[in-house]
Design a protein around this ligand. Structure first.
Ligand code: GLN
Length: 192
């Protein structure tokens, strides 16, 4: 299997390192690469969109043509995509309160950027994830998933809102799995 990490802005190197360790730990055969050019998308089975600045990632994705390639490959073939933090914004059909971000709209979710505000810019907390159990999650200027509809399924909640969701081959989560050495989220993703 070929895993790509979108590497145009944000904390992509942490994901690449984390995927390497995860594959090793899970005894799975696969390769992981930094994705910077549109030509790379067609060869991938899995794509990770990292945390960073969603407005910047969106703009650079469109400029580079990567945006169109992802749309094509997810519509016509089985590319699985996971978006973490800023990446989760790019997965959304709707960004409440910020129309500047052109998202990939892969999932029927509505997100709100920088939901936790200044007081709680970064924090850690334990979540209960469907199928995984208790999970220690790291949040950095995280968005929130306000709603999900259609075939979309909630995998974890934080308070009365949504922290993680899945729809077909797509996962959106508002925290940072690449910053812990718990590889269960990658395992879940690689099993899609
Ligand atoms: N606040 C960022 C955004 O709205 C996301 C933060 C992150 O990815 N750590 O794009």
């Amino acid at each position: 299997m070929r895993v790509g990490v979108l590497a145009i802005q944000g904390d992509f190197s942490e994901h690449v390192e984390s995927v390497r360790r995860a594959l090793d730990y899970l005894n799975m055969r696969g390769s992981v690469e930094y994705v910077r050019k549109r030509e790379q998308i067609s060869g991938l089975d899995y794509l990770i969109i990292p945390g960073g600045e969603s407005t910047t990632i969106s703009r650079l994705m469109i400029q580079s043509g990567i945006y169109d390639e992802i749309k094509k490959k997810t519509e016509k073939e089985n590319l699985a995509v996971i978006g973490t933090c800023a990446g989760s914004i790019l997965m959304a059909r709707e960004v409440i309160d910020d129309s500047r971000v052109k998202t990939l709209a892969l999932m029927d979710i509505a997100v709100r950027r920088n939901f936790f505000g200044r007081q709680r810019e970064s924090f850690e907390t334990d979540l209960e994830i469907e199928g995984l159990g208790s999970y220690h999650a790291v949040f950095i200027r995280a968005p929130i998933i306000e709603r999900c509809w259609g075939d979309c399924e909630i995998l974890a909640k934080i308070g009365d809102k949504i922290a993680m969701a899945r729809q077909n081959r797509f996962i959106s989560l508002i925290f940072h799995p690449e910053l812990t050495d718990d590889y269960r989220i990658y395992k879940l993703f690689f099993e899609l």
